[in-house]
Design a protein around this ligand. Sequence first.
Ligand code: PDD
Length: 282
Amino acid sequence: MPRFAYVNGRYVHHPHATVHIEDRGYQFADGVYEVVPVHGGKMIDEDPHLDRLEHSLRELRIGLPTSRTALKMILRELLRRNGVVNGLLYIQITRGVAPRDHKFPQGAKPALVVTTKRTKPTATALVENGVRVITIPDIRWKRCDIKSVSLLPNVLGKQRAVEAGAFEAWQVDEKGLVTEGTSTNAWIVTKDGVLVTRNANEAILNGITRQAVIRLTNEAGVTFEERPFSVAEAKEAREAFLTSSSGHVLPITRIDDTVVGDGKPGPVTRRLRAAYLDYIAA
Ligand code: PDD
């Protein structure tokens, strides 16, 4: 259990940290969040995460409750107080506290909560054997580029994966094209050896890990395309993997009941995972 949480201007003992019952995040999921990975005591890609946070806020017309500089100080102070070396920072901003009424409240102040979590390195078995994903219909709204706290479809999807003995669920649009995982971005290496991930628009969250891995593709010496791919194409692929702040780059060796490639993490996935781990270690 972390020692402290930051709640609306104060560092409070985590077990006693509370928000008001009329917080619009609680009532309407009227808020956004970010998850920033921490490695060796340092944040990874802090500015890209804060840029995405500001994008989410702007799209929902919620103000940033502190300046960016002040927020950065809060993040550092919470990491220090909680002694986090490897883990995650969770930042949540809601439209604030007001009597329940759908329209934007007048004069409510956006509410800011920051917590931390320590994480262990990804289990070796997952990295060495790869994980399984199932495919499910994408039932989310049409603005998945906003990192909204409204995550019910993602929660239900992840639970379906867990109950199916899988690690993640790939969400599939009405055209049969994979959008993304419930909390991860989706990648394949096609049967012709082309690395593919869906182009970032309103259909997916533009992962910060995704963007870092795209920058690393040059070094990995692989042809890369940003475009949607179908479940059928993925099942014929040589390799598949997922990316996220918590899992980094994780091989996928089974999609539903189809074995991907030879059933082992492939060379492109392994190279990109190693390159990403080098990047965060630097
Ligand atoms: N999830 N797609 C979705 C729907 C996500 O929720 C996430 C992140 C990603 C990967 O983004 P990034 O590389 O920036 O972590 C893709 C976070 C980790 C979460 O909800 O806990």
